[in-house]
Design a protein around this ligand. Structure first.
Ligand SMILES: [Zn+2]
Ligand SMILES: [Zn+2]
Length: 117
């Protein structure tokens, strides 16, 4: 199925069109990295240590399958990955952020993972 990404980004920007480094617009520092081939839905809300609050929301318009609820992501070399197929999804620069929460759906297995810190 064709991947057609819709995005809503507030107070931040991406290095590339649908992924790569995520920057905070308040301080221009990186807050995370999004792998652009492996998600079908991604939503990160954060409060940066500079005081800026932002959000990155991107999703594949053509993904109409019903999602499965997942457990926890696993960390492989700093990258948060899907535990069932090991797809690398994203990473967070934790020491730049005061708080953050995310919701992500792995394109490979259609499983949703969410967490807040
Ligand atoms: Zn910032
Ligand atoms: Zn998966």
């Amino acid at each position: 199925m064709k991947k057609e990404i819709i995005k809503e980004i507030e107070n931040g920007h991406l290095l590339k069109k649908y992924g790569s480094w995520m920057y905070c617009d308040g301080c221009n520092q990186t807050v995370g990295y999004l792998c652009y081939t492996t998600y079908s839905y991604f939503n990160l809300k954060y409060k940066c240590k500079c005081g800026n609050e932002g959000c990155f929301k991107l999703w594949n318009k053509n993904n109409l399958e019903t999602k499965i609820n997942g457990d926890n992501l696993i960390k492989i070399k700093n990258r948060l990955c899907c535990p069932s197929d090991k797809s690398p999804l994203f990473s967070i620069v934790e020491n730049r952020l005061e708080r953050y929460e995310y919701q992500v759906i792995c394109q490979e297995c259609n499983t949703e993972y969410k967490s807040s810190h």
